[in-house]
Write a protein that binds this ligand. Sequence first.
Ligand code: SF4
Length: 376
Amino acid sequence: MPELFPLIEKLERQRSLTEAEYQSLMEGRTEAAAAELRARAVRVRKAVYGNTVFTRGLVEISSWCKNDCLYCGIRRSNQKAQRYRLSPEDILACCREGWALGFRTFVLQGGEDPWFTDERLCPLLRQIKAEFPDCAVTLSLGERSRESYQRLYDAGADRYLLRHETADQAHYEYLHPASLSWAHRMDCLRALKEIGYQVGCGFMVGSPGQTARELAKDLKFIEEFRPAMCGIGPFIPHKDTPFGDKAAGSVELSCYLLSILRLIQPNLLLPATTALGTLDPLGREKGIQAGANVVMPNLSPVSVRKKYMLYDNKICTGEESAQCRGCLSARMAGIGYELAVDRGDPKKFESQGGVCGAAPYCAASLSSCHFEGACD
Ligand code: SF4
């Protein structure tokens, strides 16, 4: 039996490994281990979410950013970046189009643009929630104060996506300017969770200087932090950044990690990211077949899409929103999955007489369960 298989078996059973064990999983990666992880991850994913794939309609509201992350195409120092900002009316129009197309989650994402104050965002959130009461709103607007997160939550935001990028402080400092702090990023994530958001975090795969050790820390962090969502995707360089000549991460390693994450947390919302589709025409299909269960088609106006260029050669920048949804729907159907018209909340498991509701794939009784029945 290949030497990683006992570790994989333990991971599925306990949903937990030590950091050293995660590192072994990364360092010993083989195609046989990847296939074993994929098979288990897909089984777990189907037990929790069936064949449905959740969609999030992505609205890229601003390409302005006050920060200077070394890997990012819309970083402040990139003089060649094209800047735009959508008005609240533009954003509402995107949501209206998205709702008609079957989206029940809108993700408002942008750089850290000071124009988007709470005073501007809160009325917009109230308007979206009033017009689309059956929809969830995710914000992905970077680091803000706890008070701001609270106001946005009170105004109706349901979820907040803030990638931590790496759980290793030294690596974080290598990827970011001194003005950004790893500790503060982690504080933001904790504050968001305490306020009551469904919190998404996430990390780059194959970022410059990253090793198996850093990835093992990311896996342990996800295991302990237990986010509702985790967005991971391969690092892709942008030519006008300090990392413009670095090698991209790999689709295979990203998919390997998706499978591990599915086994760590069976109900985790895991997107098959656009970055996967950028590196490989079948990247998003491969992500779903490795255990992911979310796709995020673009709802931004076509006129601005090429301006939100976080990395080179980003796909889906020329298509209308309906085309994006249609394309992804066909891609998912092609591999036996279907897009849901649903908010796509993380599934909770109900206790069933001493055996938790995750029983289709988990044989642990509540008394022996690693999470004491609280794996949701
Ligand atoms: S990664 Fe985010 S915070 Fe950093 S420069 Fe890009 S948009 Fe700004």
